[in-house]
Write a protein that binds this ligand. Sequence first.
Ligand code: PLP
Length: 418
Amino acid sequence: VTSTGKAAINDCAQHALWTERATRSPMQEAQERLAQPGIISFSLGLPGTDLFPTGEFAKACGAVLEANPQALQYGPPSHELKSHIVSLMRARGVSCHERQVFLTNGAQQGLHLIISLLLDRGRQIIAENISYPGFHQIVGFYEPEVLPVSTDPKTGMDVDKVEWYLAKGMRPAFVYAIPDGHNPFGVSMSVEKRSRLLALAEYYRFVIVEDDPYGSLFYSDPPANPMRALCGHRVYYVGSFSKILAPSLRIGWLVVPDHLVPYLSIIKEACDIHVASFSQHLVAHLLNSGFLTRHVEGLRSEYRRRRNTMLAALSRQFPSDAEWESPDCGIYIWLRLPKHINATRLLDLAASQHAVAFMPGSVFCIHSEPSAASSLRLNFSYPSMARIDEGMLRLGAAVSSAEKRSTRGRAMSRGSTI
Ligand SMILES: Cc1ncc(COP(=O)(O)O)c(C=O)c1O
């Protein structure tokens, strides 16, 4: 919260204690930066605006309104949409029933609902220390003890460390995982690690929250099945149409054991009554026509081209001691720069002098971590290929000037970084 905002809150005679700890999400700041004229932004996890199927949406809106004005009314979750989700899940190897599908306003709300169901204040949870900030924001309200694990850029979550905590007697309310196209690493968890984590969940009787907004966006072979495919009762799955259709629809879903659905309905009703009726009718209509399958294939080939453009630019422009992986899934590349470059300060320089922006690694940390300070996340789904080329040139120039400043600074004061 900004200082003016804090002052305003503090002016109220009584305000909840959590407001003392409230901080503004780095994503909101990135959103503002995106609006600055001339800037090329690799910051946010946005789908390509130019790829939204506006014509299909226009037709679908007309068809839905004509066939069913009830779509604008308060209404129950769409059974039709749930059936489509059951089929989508089947295509990913997950067998589930409509009764187990719970519709939400985006994956973010799905996470929030499931977390409020699982987490009592102060309990332990296990999560990758570098992970999706929207998850950190939600759990922050419950003040859990987060037991952090690291992420291998090639194979995903450090499952040995998970086992270590469990063997030491820790009993987490859940383990949070983003197994496909990880945000921010772009990595997909190896099959071996998925099976080991599931075996641990079974043995130590904990639940895995599997957050999967990116699993359909793969660029070579389809990724391994979600963990929910292998174990129905230990894995609570979170899905979303945001990255494969449009985030403004705010349609996501959970796949959970049947007995949790009534509790989720109670919490959701208290929050926002029900899922956006018009959006769910639109999505159901687009799924009826078979459009989504074709659209996702189109997204995969365009995002593959954008990813390749960014990878080629990285190879051309970056110092030999920078490191990155080629992600097979999702919309992010995690770039590790030499240790003496501080990515937060680099962002200030890059945005103010080179008109290019990205997400500094530290915003993804639960507990601060030195390796993240010199790393950054680049998104390749939002900018066109031409803008990726231009933006990467600018980023290369920003890193070179940071290098020069750092060399000068270190020469003068030994160890100072940009
Ligand atoms: C890992 C992860 N989970 C959840 C979300 C939220 O997605 P939605 O737009 O469906 O709420 C995002 C958005 O970027 C994400 O990266």
